[in-house]
Design a binder for this molecule. Structure first.
Ligand SMILES: Nc1ncnc2c1ncn2[C@@H]1O[C@H](COP(=O)(O)OP(=O)(O)OP(=O)(O)O)[C@@H](O)[C@H]1O
Length: 235
């Protein structure tokens, strides 16, 4: 489903956000991408959905080399990818329902499907009473859940989530993870960038760690990777 081969990304003038990163993710796999702040997680996700182009190397999604696709083909491909951005990228003046409907409307889903799916997702994410609320009036944690609902609404084959639980308490984090697990059971491929060890420890899923733009290890999922906060405080 996803193939990166020796990918580098240099932002001008000379920030090497990713260096020689190779990664292969099979269809139906759920992978956690971890690493300290600035390690390159967001950059990697942005490369996968065609929002950035690599400086070197190959990025393939579903067998398509993104560098060879036209702009229109990239747009079409993006419809099969659900992306939950770290900064949400919601439309603040639109309602929760309107924001979630967007990904389904571009795929010409029926009104009935859109209404049912929106209500279902809001129920799963404990946001039922916010259906008609203006997104700009919601808390950060509520906006984060709307962004997640929008990302999964159209049942995409590939779900990319950037720090999806960064603003959430434990119980709400568990709701979000249960929704992701459901998408996974239904066949979606998921890549979740996170600092939150608790959402992948003991899950049995693969954990890929980036450090300063380089892939440093693929852990046994039950081993704790060396992560932010790993340095022991000196007393
Ligand atoms: N548009 C940009 N222009 C210049 N430098 C950038 C740009 N985007 C990211 N960077 C730099 O690239 C590096 C990797 O950033 P990235 O956002 O991918 O890291 P991250 O692992 O997602 O971090 P965080 O956990 O803090 O979100 C950082 O040094 C960052 O400052």
């Amino acid at each position: 489903m996803v193939e990166l081969i020796k990918v580098a990304k240099i932002y001008p003038p000379s920030v090497e956000a990713l260096s020689d990163v190779s990664l292969s993710v099979k269809q139906g796999e759920m992978v956690f991408l971890t690493g300290r702040s600035g390690a390159g997680k967001t950059t990697l996700l942005r490369l996968l959905c065609g929002l950035e182009t690599p400086t070197r190397g190959l990025v393939e999604i579903g067998g398509n080399d993104l560098a060879k696709l036209s702009r229109a083909a990239i747009q079409r491909l993006r419809r099969s990818i659900g992306m939950a951005y770290q900064d949400f990228k919601l439309l603040p003046d639109k309602s929760v329902a309107e924001n979630i409907a967007i990904s389904m409307e571009v795929s010409y889903r029926s009104r009935t499907f859109i209404r049912k799916r929106t209500r279902y997702l809001l129920d799963r994410l404990d946001l039922t009473d916010k259906l008609r609320a203006r997104v700009g009036d919601l808390s950060r944690g509520e906006q984060q859940r709307v962004a997640i609902a929008r990302a999964v609404a159209n049942k995409p084959e590939l779900i990319l989530a950037d720090e999806p639980t960064g603003n959430l308490d434990g119980e709400t984090t568990e709701r979000v993870m249960e929704l992701f697990r459901q998408c996974h059971r239904q066949g979606a491929t998921l890549i979740i960038a996170t600092h939150d060890l608790s959402i992948f420890q003991g899950t049995g899923h693969r954990v890929v760690e980036l450090r300063a733009g380089r892939r440093v290890q693929t852990t046994d999922p039950d081993r704790t990777p060396s992560l932010p906060g790993e340095a022991k405080a000196e007393i």
